[in-house]
Design a protein around this ligand. Structure first.
Ligand code: AMP
Length: 430
Protein backbone atom coordinates (compact mmCIF):
# COMPACT_ATOMS: atom_id res chain seq x y z
CA UNK A 1 0.00 0.00 0.00
CA UNK A 2 1.22 3.46 -0.86
CA UNK A 3 0.15 6.20 1.57
CA UNK A 4 -1.28 9.50 0.39
CA UNK A 5 1.09 12.41 1.13
CA UNK A 6 0.31 14.17 4.40
CA UNK A 7 -2.10 17.10 4.06
CA UNK A 8 -3.59 15.86 0.76
CA UNK A 9 -7.01 14.31 0.14
CA UNK A 10 -8.67 11.99 -2.34
CA UNK A 11 -11.69 14.04 -3.36
CA UNK A 12 -14.61 11.64 -3.77
CA UNK A 13 -17.63 12.11 -6.07
CA UNK A 14 -19.94 13.36 -3.28
CA UNK A 15 -17.35 15.94 -2.21
CA UNK A 16 -16.74 16.97 -5.80
CA UNK A 17 -20.48 17.39 -6.43
CA UNK A 18 -20.51 19.99 -3.63
CA UNK A 19 -17.21 21.47 -4.78
CA UNK A 20 -18.66 21.72 -8.30
CA UNK A 21 -21.69 23.69 -7.04
CA UNK A 22 -19.38 26.06 -5.18
CA UNK A 23 -17.10 26.45 -8.17
CA UNK A 24 -19.93 27.19 -10.58
CA UNK A 25 -21.44 29.74 -8.16
CA UNK A 26 -18.05 31.51 -7.98
CA UNK A 27 -17.54 31.47 -11.72
CA UNK A 28 -21.10 32.69 -12.40
CA UNK A 29 -20.80 35.54 -9.90
CA UNK A 30 -17.38 36.72 -11.10
CA UNK A 31 -18.54 36.68 -14.72
CA UNK A 32 -21.70 38.60 -13.74
CA UNK A 33 -19.40 41.33 -12.33
CA UNK A 34 -17.50 41.53 -15.65
CA UNK A 35 -14.48 39.48 -14.56
CA UNK A 36 -12.74 37.06 -16.92
CA UNK A 37 -10.94 33.87 -16.04
CA UNK A 38 -7.15 33.61 -16.24
CA UNK A 39 -4.87 30.90 -14.93
CA UNK A 40 -1.18 31.33 -14.13
CA UNK A 41 0.99 28.17 -14.03
CA UNK A 42 0.97 25.77 -11.10
CA UNK A 43 4.67 26.40 -10.48
CA UNK A 44 6.57 29.66 -10.72
CA UNK A 45 10.12 30.90 -10.25
CA UNK A 46 11.03 31.11 -6.62
CA UNK A 47 12.05 34.73 -7.07
CA UNK A 48 8.39 35.66 -7.71
CA UNK A 49 7.55 34.79 -4.14
CA UNK A 50 10.88 35.17 -2.45
CA UNK A 51 10.84 37.99 0.07
CA UNK A 52 7.79 39.52 -1.68
CA UNK A 53 5.31 37.46 0.25
CA UNK A 54 7.00 38.43 3.49
CA UNK A 55 7.24 36.30 6.61
CA UNK A 56 3.63 35.16 6.23
CA UNK A 57 4.11 32.50 3.60
CA UNK A 58 7.81 32.08 2.90
CA UNK A 59 8.39 29.23 5.31
CA UNK A 60 5.33 27.38 4.05
CA UNK A 61 6.20 27.06 0.38
CA UNK A 62 6.93 23.89 -1.59
CA UNK A 63 10.30 24.86 -3.09
CA UNK A 64 12.23 22.59 -5.42
CA UNK A 65 14.87 22.55 -8.16
CA UNK A 66 14.07 21.23 -11.63
CA UNK A 67 16.52 19.16 -13.71
CA UNK A 68 17.99 22.38 -15.12
CA UNK A 69 18.81 23.59 -11.63
CA UNK A 70 16.11 26.31 -11.60
CA UNK A 71 14.60 27.26 -8.27
CA UNK A 72 10.84 26.79 -8.51
CA UNK A 73 7.89 26.89 -6.16
CA UNK A 74 4.41 25.37 -6.27
CA UNK A 75 2.09 28.37 -6.16
CA UNK A 76 0.99 29.12 -2.59
CA UNK A 77 -1.62 31.58 -3.98
CA UNK A 78 -2.61 33.22 -7.28
CA UNK A 79 -2.10 36.95 -6.80
CA UNK A 80 1.65 37.05 -7.44
CA UNK A 81 1.31 34.94 -10.61
CA UNK A 82 -1.50 37.10 -11.95
CA UNK A 83 0.45 40.31 -11.25
CA UNK A 84 3.52 38.87 -13.00
CA UNK A 85 1.26 38.04 -15.95
CA UNK A 86 -0.17 41.57 -15.88
CA UNK A 87 3.30 43.18 -15.86
CA UNK A 88 4.54 40.85 -18.64
CA UNK A 89 1.56 40.96 -20.99
CA UNK A 90 -1.34 43.16 -19.95
CA UNK A 91 0.13 46.54 -19.11
CA UNK A 92 -1.42 48.25 -22.12
CA UNK A 93 -4.83 46.54 -21.78
CA UNK A 94 -7.80 48.85 -21.08
CA UNK A 95 -8.29 49.52 -17.36
CA UNK A 96 -9.64 48.37 -15.08
CA UNK A 97 -8.51 44.80 -15.55
CA UNK A 98 -10.72 42.24 -13.82
CA UNK A 99 -9.43 38.68 -13.57
CA UNK A 100 -10.35 35.61 -11.57
CA UNK A 101 -8.68 32.22 -11.16
CA UNK A 102 -9.81 28.90 -9.73
CA UNK A 103 -7.44 26.06 -8.93
CA UNK A 104 -5.31 24.33 -6.34
CA UNK A 105 -2.62 26.06 -4.27
CA UNK A 106 0.04 24.44 -2.08
CA UNK A 107 1.38 25.29 1.36
CA UNK A 108 3.52 23.27 3.73
CA UNK A 109 1.35 23.81 6.79
CA UNK A 110 0.34 21.68 9.76
CA UNK A 111 -2.75 19.85 8.42
CA UNK A 112 -6.06 19.83 10.29
CA UNK A 113 -9.75 20.05 9.40
CA UNK A 114 -10.09 22.89 6.90
CA UNK A 115 -6.33 23.22 6.50
CA UNK A 116 -4.54 21.18 3.88
CA UNK A 117 -1.24 21.18 2.02
CA UNK A 118 -3.10 21.13 -1.28
CA UNK A 119 -6.25 23.26 -1.24
CA UNK A 120 -8.40 25.16 -3.70
CA UNK A 121 -8.73 28.89 -4.08
CA UNK A 122 -11.04 31.24 -5.93
CA UNK A 123 -8.96 34.38 -6.40
CA UNK A 124 -9.98 37.72 -7.94
CA UNK A 125 -7.89 40.76 -8.86
CA UNK A 126 -9.09 44.22 -9.87
CA UNK A 127 -6.33 46.41 -11.33
CA UNK A 128 -6.61 50.08 -12.18
CA UNK A 129 -9.91 51.04 -10.54
CA UNK A 130 -10.16 54.10 -8.31
CA UNK A 131 -9.60 53.29 -4.63
CA UNK A 132 -13.11 53.61 -3.17
CA UNK A 133 -14.80 51.96 -6.17
CA UNK A 134 -12.19 49.20 -6.40
CA UNK A 135 -12.16 48.34 -2.70
CA UNK A 136 -15.96 48.34 -2.42
CA UNK A 137 -16.45 46.22 -5.52
CA UNK A 138 -13.89 43.70 -4.31
CA UNK A 139 -15.58 43.25 -0.94
CA UNK A 140 -19.02 43.07 -2.59
CA UNK A 141 -17.87 40.44 -5.10
CA UNK A 142 -16.36 38.29 -2.35
CA UNK A 143 -19.55 38.44 -0.26
CA UNK A 144 -21.92 37.85 -3.18
CA UNK A 145 -19.80 34.95 -4.47
CA UNK A 146 -20.15 33.17 -1.14
CA UNK A 147 -23.87 33.95 -0.95
CA UNK A 148 -24.30 32.47 -4.44
CA UNK A 149 -23.09 29.11 -3.10
CA UNK A 150 -25.99 29.09 -0.65
CA UNK A 151 -23.76 29.71 2.39
CA UNK A 152 -25.38 32.40 4.51
CA UNK A 153 -23.71 32.46 7.90
CA UNK A 154 -20.73 34.70 7.27
CA UNK A 155 -19.23 37.79 8.82
CA UNK A 156 -17.11 40.28 6.89
CA UNK A 157 -14.51 42.21 8.86
CA UNK A 158 -12.88 45.24 7.30
CA UNK A 159 -9.68 46.87 8.50
CA UNK A 160 -6.87 49.01 7.15
CA UNK A 161 -3.24 48.09 7.22
CA UNK A 162 -2.15 51.49 5.86
CA UNK A 163 -2.99 53.16 9.17
CA UNK A 164 -0.72 50.69 10.99
CA UNK A 165 2.09 51.17 8.49
CA UNK A 166 1.81 54.95 8.90
CA UNK A 167 1.89 54.52 12.67
CA UNK A 168 4.93 52.20 12.73
CA UNK A 169 7.63 54.53 11.48
CA UNK A 170 10.34 51.90 10.95
CA UNK A 171 11.89 50.27 7.87
CA UNK A 172 9.63 47.88 5.95
CA UNK A 173 11.41 44.72 7.10
CA UNK A 174 10.97 45.52 10.77
CA UNK A 175 7.39 46.59 10.04
CA UNK A 176 6.74 43.23 8.37
CA UNK A 177 7.95 41.29 11.40
CA UNK A 178 5.87 43.41 13.79
CA UNK A 179 2.74 43.07 11.64
CA UNK A 180 3.27 39.34 11.28
CA UNK A 181 3.51 38.93 15.06
CA UNK A 182 0.36 41.04 15.48
CA UNK A 183 -1.47 39.00 12.83
CA UNK A 184 -0.62 35.75 14.59
CA UNK A 185 -1.33 37.33 18.01
CA UNK A 186 2.15 36.16 18.98
CA UNK A 187 2.70 38.68 21.78
CA UNK A 188 6.10 37.35 22.84
CA UNK A 189 7.38 37.87 19.32
CA UNK A 190 5.63 41.24 19.13
CA UNK A 191 7.45 42.38 22.27
CA UNK A 192 10.80 41.19 20.91
CA UNK A 193 10.31 42.84 17.51
CA UNK A 194 9.15 46.14 19.03
CA UNK A 195 12.14 46.05 21.35
CA UNK A 196 14.47 45.53 18.39
CA UNK A 197 12.84 48.42 16.50
CA UNK A 198 12.95 50.74 19.53
CA UNK A 199 9.15 50.95 19.61
CA UNK A 200 8.32 49.41 22.97
CA UNK A 201 6.36 52.55 23.92
CA UNK A 202 3.58 51.69 21.42
CA UNK A 203 3.15 48.06 22.51
CA UNK A 204 0.08 48.82 24.64
CA UNK A 205 -1.48 50.95 21.89
CA UNK A 206 -1.09 48.17 19.34
CA UNK A 207 -2.53 45.56 21.67
CA UNK A 208 -5.53 47.79 22.40
CA UNK A 209 -6.00 48.69 18.75
CA UNK A 210 -6.37 45.12 17.50
CA UNK A 211 -9.22 44.45 19.91
CA UNK A 212 -11.42 47.11 18.28
CA UNK A 213 -14.22 45.50 16.29
CA UNK A 214 -17.71 46.88 15.62
CA UNK A 215 -19.62 49.64 13.84
CA UNK A 216 -18.38 53.02 12.59
CA UNK A 217 -17.84 54.22 16.16
CA UNK A 218 -14.69 52.13 16.46
CA UNK A 219 -13.05 54.09 13.65
CA UNK A 220 -13.11 57.16 15.88
CA UNK A 221 -11.76 55.14 18.81
CA UNK A 222 -8.95 53.80 16.62
CA UNK A 223 -8.14 57.26 15.39
CA UNK A 224 -7.96 58.53 18.99
CA UNK A 225 -5.70 55.63 20.00
CA UNK A 226 -3.30 56.37 17.16
CA UNK A 227 -3.25 60.08 18.03
CA UNK A 228 -4.77 61.18 14.74
CA UNK A 229 -2.51 59.07 12.48
CA UNK A 230 -4.52 57.32 9.76
CA UNK A 231 -7.41 59.78 9.48
CA UNK A 232 -7.45 59.35 5.67
CA UNK A 233 -7.57 55.59 6.12
CA UNK A 234 -10.62 55.78 8.35
CA UNK A 235 -12.41 58.20 5.98
CA UNK A 236 -11.68 55.79 3.15
CA UNK A 237 -13.14 52.83 5.05
CA UNK A 238 -16.35 54.82 5.72
CA UNK A 239 -16.74 55.59 2.01
CA UNK A 240 -16.11 51.98 1.05
CA UNK A 241 -18.61 50.65 3.54
CA UNK A 242 -21.20 53.28 2.49
CA UNK A 243 -21.03 51.90 -1.05
CA UNK A 244 -21.75 48.28 -0.11
CA UNK A 245 -25.57 48.55 0.19
CA UNK A 246 -25.68 49.55 -3.48
CA UNK A 247 -24.39 46.01 -4.19
CA UNK A 248 -27.06 44.49 -1.97
CA UNK A 249 -24.45 43.86 0.75
CA UNK A 250 -25.99 45.05 4.02
CA UNK A 251 -25.65 42.49 6.78
CA UNK A 252 -22.75 41.04 8.67
CA UNK A 253 -20.29 43.83 7.93
CA UNK A 254 -17.99 44.99 10.74
CA UNK A 255 -14.94 47.19 11.04
CA UNK A 256 -12.09 45.32 12.68
CA UNK A 257 -8.74 46.89 13.51
CA UNK A 258 -7.33 43.45 14.26
CA UNK A 259 -7.35 42.40 10.59
CA UNK A 260 -3.67 42.48 9.64
CA UNK A 261 -3.15 39.82 6.90
CA UNK A 262 0.12 37.93 6.76
CA UNK A 263 1.40 39.05 3.37
CA UNK A 264 3.81 41.94 3.08
CA UNK A 265 2.29 43.49 -0.03
CA UNK A 266 -1.00 44.75 1.43
CA UNK A 267 -1.00 48.52 1.67
CA UNK A 268 -4.52 49.78 2.40
CA UNK A 269 -7.95 48.30 3.07
CA UNK A 270 -7.81 44.69 4.23
CA UNK A 271 -10.72 42.35 4.93
CA UNK A 272 -11.53 38.81 5.99
CA UNK A 273 -14.67 36.76 5.72
CA UNK A 274 -15.37 34.32 8.52
CA UNK A 275 -17.85 31.45 8.80
CA UNK A 276 -18.69 31.03 12.50
CA UNK A 277 -20.01 27.53 11.72
CA UNK A 278 -16.49 26.24 11.03
CA UNK A 279 -14.71 26.25 14.38
CA UNK A 280 -10.95 26.81 14.46
CA UNK A 281 -10.28 27.35 10.74
CA UNK A 282 -13.18 29.75 10.24
CA UNK A 283 -11.56 32.19 7.82
CA UNK A 284 -13.04 31.42 4.43
CA UNK A 285 -11.63 34.35 2.55
CA UNK A 286 -9.54 37.44 2.72
CA UNK A 287 -7.94 40.17 0.71
CA UNK A 288 -7.34 43.86 0.38
CA UNK A 289 -5.52 46.48 -1.67
CA UNK A 290 -1.88 45.92 -2.41
CA UNK A 291 1.19 47.13 -4.28
CA UNK A 292 2.77 44.32 -6.27
CA UNK A 293 3.05 45.48 -9.89
CA UNK A 294 6.02 47.71 -9.07
CA UNK A 295 7.84 44.83 -7.37
CA UNK A 296 7.69 42.93 -10.66
CA UNK A 297 8.96 45.84 -12.76
CA UNK A 298 5.67 47.56 -13.67
CA UNK A 299 4.25 51.01 -12.93
CA UNK A 300 2.30 51.32 -9.70
CA UNK A 301 -1.38 50.54 -10.28
CA UNK A 302 -4.16 50.57 -7.70
CA UNK A 303 -4.88 46.89 -7.06
CA UNK A 304 -7.39 45.13 -4.87
CA UNK A 305 -8.13 41.44 -4.65
CA UNK A 306 -9.13 38.52 -2.50
CA UNK A 307 -8.88 34.77 -2.28
CA UNK A 308 -11.58 32.48 -0.96
CA UNK A 309 -10.70 29.03 0.34
CA UNK A 310 -13.03 26.77 -1.62
CA UNK A 311 -12.55 23.78 0.68
CA UNK A 312 -13.77 25.83 3.62
CA UNK A 313 -16.80 27.05 1.66
CA UNK A 314 -17.56 23.41 0.83
CA UNK A 315 -17.36 22.59 4.56
CA UNK A 316 -19.58 25.55 5.47
CA UNK A 317 -22.14 24.59 2.83
CA UNK A 318 -22.24 21.10 4.32
CA UNK A 319 -22.72 22.43 7.86
CA UNK A 320 -25.51 24.76 6.70
CA UNK A 321 -27.24 21.90 4.88
CA UNK A 322 -27.06 23.38 1.41
CA UNK A 323 -28.14 20.58 -0.92
CA UNK A 324 -25.61 19.46 -3.51
CA UNK A 325 -27.13 16.35 -5.04
CA UNK A 326 -24.89 13.88 -6.78
CA UNK A 327 -26.22 13.46 -10.34
CA UNK A 328 -27.92 10.08 -10.81
CA UNK A 329 -27.35 7.95 -13.86
CA UNK A 330 -30.43 8.26 -16.12
CA UNK A 331 -30.21 4.84 -17.68
CA UNK A 332 -28.27 1.61 -17.60
CA UNK A 333 -28.45 -0.44 -20.79
CA UNK A 334 -28.51 -4.25 -20.50
CA UNK A 335 -27.92 -6.29 -23.65
CA UNK A 336 -29.60 -9.68 -23.40
CA UNK A 337 -27.36 -12.03 -25.35
CA UNK A 338 -24.41 -11.43 -27.66
CA UNK A 339 -26.53 -11.02 -30.79
CA UNK A 340 -27.93 -7.66 -29.62
CA UNK A 341 -24.74 -6.19 -28.09
CA UNK A 342 -23.89 -4.02 -31.10
CA UNK A 343 -27.43 -2.64 -31.21
CA UNK A 344 -27.41 -2.01 -27.43
CA UNK A 345 -24.26 0.12 -27.75
CA UNK A 346 -25.98 2.12 -30.51
CA UNK A 347 -29.00 2.70 -28.29
CA UNK A 348 -26.74 3.89 -25.47
CA UNK A 349 -24.88 6.25 -27.81
CA UNK A 350 -28.15 7.69 -29.16
CA UNK A 351 -29.43 8.35 -25.66
CA UNK A 352 -26.15 10.06 -24.69
CA UNK A 353 -26.50 12.22 -27.76
CA UNK A 354 -29.76 13.61 -26.36
CA UNK A 355 -28.00 14.75 -23.18
CA UNK A 356 -28.96 11.81 -20.96
CA UNK A 357 -26.37 10.13 -18.73
CA UNK A 358 -26.10 6.50 -19.78
CA UNK A 359 -23.97 3.53 -18.84
CA UNK A 360 -23.94 0.05 -20.38
CA UNK A 361 -22.75 -3.39 -19.34
CA UNK A 362 -19.04 -3.72 -20.12
CA UNK A 363 -18.51 -7.00 -18.32
CA UNK A 364 -20.91 -9.38 -20.06
CA UNK A 365 -23.07 -10.09 -16.98
CA UNK A 366 -26.39 -11.88 -17.24
CA UNK A 367 -29.63 -9.84 -16.99
CA UNK A 368 -30.36 -10.39 -13.29
CA UNK A 369 -26.76 -9.64 -12.21
CA UNK A 370 -26.94 -6.53 -14.37
CA UNK A 371 -30.15 -5.41 -12.65
CA UNK A 372 -28.44 -5.85 -9.26
CA UNK A 373 -25.50 -3.80 -10.47
CA UNK A 374 -27.82 -1.06 -11.80
CA UNK A 375 -29.42 -0.92 -8.36
CA UNK A 376 -26.04 -0.57 -6.66
CA UNK A 377 -24.95 2.33 -8.84
CA UNK A 378 -28.33 4.04 -8.45
CA UNK A 379 -29.50 4.10 -12.07
CA UNK A 380 -33.01 5.57 -12.52
CA UNK A 381 -33.96 3.31 -15.42
CA UNK A 382 -32.75 0.11 -17.02
CA UNK A 383 -33.10 -0.41 -20.75
CA UNK A 384 -33.21 -4.15 -21.51
CA UNK A 385 -32.34 -4.89 -25.10
CA UNK A 386 -33.54 -8.35 -26.23
CA UNK A 387 -33.95 -9.81 -29.73
CA UNK A 388 -37.70 -10.52 -29.40
CA UNK A 389 -38.56 -6.90 -28.55
CA UNK A 390 -36.00 -5.55 -31.01
CA UNK A 391 -37.71 -7.40 -33.84
CA UNK A 392 -40.72 -5.13 -33.15
CA UNK A 393 -38.50 -2.04 -32.84
CA UNK A 394 -38.98 -2.07 -29.06
CA UNK A 395 -36.98 -2.38 -25.84
CA UNK A 396 -38.05 -3.20 -22.26
CA UNK A 397 -37.85 -0.22 -19.93
CA UNK A 398 -37.68 -0.80 -16.19
CA UNK A 399 -38.27 1.87 -13.58
CA UNK A 400 -35.70 1.04 -10.92
CA UNK A 401 -37.58 2.84 -8.18
CA UNK A 402 -40.95 1.13 -8.64
CA UNK A 403 -39.83 -2.04 -10.42
CA UNK A 404 -42.47 -1.48 -13.15
CA UNK A 405 -41.44 -2.74 -16.55
CA UNK A 406 -43.03 -2.07 -19.94
CA UNK A 407 -42.20 -2.19 -23.60
CA UNK A 408 -41.52 1.07 -25.43
CA UNK A 409 -40.48 1.87 -29.01
CA UNK A 410 -36.70 2.30 -29.16
CA UNK A 411 -37.30 5.50 -31.13
CA UNK A 412 -39.28 6.99 -28.21
CA UNK A 413 -36.85 6.03 -25.45
CA UNK A 414 -35.10 9.38 -25.27
CA UNK A 415 -38.31 11.35 -24.86
CA UNK A 416 -39.72 8.94 -22.26
CA UNK A 417 -36.48 9.06 -20.19
CA UNK A 418 -36.08 12.80 -20.62
CA UNK A 419 -39.58 13.52 -19.35
CA UNK A 420 -39.01 12.73 -15.68
CA UNK A 421 -35.35 13.73 -15.53
CA UNK A 422 -34.84 15.88 -12.42
CA UNK A 423 -33.48 19.39 -13.08
CA UNK A 424 -29.71 19.56 -12.63
CA UNK A 425 -27.37 22.27 -11.49
CA UNK A 426 -28.06 25.31 -9.36
CA UNK A 427 -28.14 25.31 -5.62
CA UNK A 428 -31.10 23.85 -3.78
CA UNK A 429 -31.94 24.17 -0.10
CA UNK A 430 -33.24 21.56 2.34
P1 AMP B 1 -4.67 33.65 2.06
O1 AMP B 1 -4.06 33.61 0.70
O2 AMP B 1 -3.76 33.13 3.14
O3 AMP B 1 -5.32 34.93 2.39
O4 AMP B 1 -5.83 32.57 2.03
C1 AMP B 1 -7.05 32.84 1.45
C2 AMP B 1 -8.03 31.79 1.88
O5 AMP B 1 -7.58 30.51 1.45
C3 AMP B 1 -8.15 31.66 3.38
O6 AMP B 1 -9.10 32.54 3.88
C4 AMP B 1 -8.58 30.23 3.55
O7 AMP B 1 -9.98 30.12 3.38
C5 AMP B 1 -7.93 29.54 2.40
N1 AMP B 1 -6.73 28.81 2.85
C6 AMP B 1 -5.51 29.31 3.12
N2 AMP B 1 -4.66 28.34 3.46
C7 AMP B 1 -5.37 27.18 3.43
C8 AMP B 1 -5.06 25.79 3.68
N3 AMP B 1 -3.84 25.41 4.04
N4 AMP B 1 -6.05 24.89 3.54
C9 AMP B 1 -7.30 25.25 3.17
N5 AMP B 1 -7.64 26.53 2.91
C10 AMP B 1 -6.69 27.48 3.04
Amino acid sequence: MVERPRGTRDLDPAYLARHGHVESAFRRTAVSFGYREALPPTFESLELFHAKAGPGIEGEMYVFKDKGGRDLVLRPEFTAGILRYYVNDLRSAPKPIKLFSIGPAFRYEEPQKGRYREFWQFSCELLGASPVDGDAETIALAVQSIRATGVRRIETRIGHIGMLRAFLKVPKDAQGQILHALDKRDFAKLHAELDKAGLLDVEGTLRDLITLRGGPEILQQASDLLGGVGKDAFDHLMKVSDRLPAYGVRDGILFDMGIIRGLAYYTGMVFQIHAPTLGAEDQIGGGGSYALAELFGGEPIFSTGFAIGMDRVVLASEVEGVAAPLAKLDAYVIPIGDAVRQKAFEIAANLRGTGLTVDIDLVGRGPSKNLDYANLIGARWCVLVGDKELAKGNVALRNMETGDQREVAASELASVLGMDKPPMGGVEFH
